[in-house]
Design a protein. Structure first.
Length: 203
């Protein structure tokens, strides 16, 4: 096995980025990047902490990440599994990254920066949906933002409806939980009750 262990070895293999790969990088939210963000209903949030790295899916109504100003983003922390992996990391290490997806578009948007967790009552109320406010809001200072080229989306054919997998070919959450817990958690009952539980606890 040949291990690439230095920057010089990487550069010998890949060379250097061209102008199109570097001129797109900004240190604030530009009008074009705001348009991409406003139309995105999904982002992956990457954080780091003493236990290691974490990447968490974040989905909400399009534009759910609020552009407070050109250096500040705000993202509500909606109902989830209460593990708080991302939040635990942020309160100990503020470094974060976001990757936005826009359904139907090949472009993705990457944002790197630092964040903190806010429980300000007025801020929480401003993010209410169906009368329900998030318990916290992640406030992020933008340090670097740029779009990613479409090759990964094109190669994966991500938005092609004909390429969607059959959910019946995959293990269900209830089956996974049952397998991991010697049938003390999960099972068919968990799967049957999930749609209604999700409907009642979406926000």
């Amino acid at each position: 096995m040949t291990v690439v262990a230095t920057i010089e070895q990487l550069e010998a293999i890949y060379g250097f980025p061209n102008d199109a790969s570097t001129v797109k990088v900004a240190d604030r939210v530009t009008p074009s990047y705001r348009t991409l963000m406003d139309q995105s209903p999904f982002a992956a949030l990457a954080t780091c902490g003493p236990e290691g790295l974490d990447c968490s899916p974040r989905g909400d109504l399009p534009g759910f990440v609020r552009v407070h100003d050109d250096k500040t983003l705000m993202m509500p922390d909606r109902r989830g599994n209460n593990r708080c992996d991302s939040l635990r990391n942020i309160v100990r290490d503020p470094r974060v990254a976001l990757l936005f997806l826009i359904p139907g578009s090949g472009s993705t948007l990457r944002v790197n920066g630092r964040a903190y967790v806010s429980a300000d009552p007025d801020l929480l109320q401003s993010f209410k949906v169906d009368g329900k406010a998030p318990r916290t809001v992640i406030v992020m200072t933008v340090e670097e933002i740029y779009f990613q080229c479409a090759r990964a989306i094109v190669r994966s054919d991500l938005w092609n409806p004909d390429k969607r997998g059959d959910p019946k070919s995959l293990p269900t959450p209830g089956q996974i939980l049952a397998e991991m817990s010697d049938n003390t958690v999960g099972g068919d009952k968990y799967d049957r009750e999930w749609p209604e539980r999700a409907r009642q606890t979406m926000w």
